[in-house]
Design a protein around this ligand. Sequence first.
Ligand code: 5GP
Length: 117
Amino acid sequence: MTAYDPSNIFAKILRGELPAHRVYEDDRALAFLDIMPRAPGHTLVIPKNPARNILDIDADDLGHVAGIAQRIARAGMKAFAADGITVQQFNETAGGQVVFHLHVHVIPRHDGVALRP
Ligand code: 5GP
């Protein structure tokens, strides 16, 4: 697998080199709003340690990111009066990944409302 590239956009956000609307942060993870939200409240959760995707992330870091995604999902249900939540995570180009720092999409959903493309 290709090595982690620290010039990716999310690494720059972590280093404070690019802005982001941060909604949660601790010593191991960061959550921020997606710049092209597929629905209001579309949030990305990333580990602070470098990890290209699920294929190379440390299992403890993955568990921590999953726990934060759960917290963001629960908060999103309330904050956006959502009917449900979509959680997505893509790996490598063939798997739909565009930014090569592991991230989990957490997207509030409403009955009968399709995701934006
Ligand atoms: P994926 O790699 O999961 O296919 O998609 C990457 C996601 O990152 C997309 O939803 C895209 O809108 C989001 N994204 C790309 N560049 C930026 C950026 O500079 N800031 C933020 N907040 N989100 C971004």
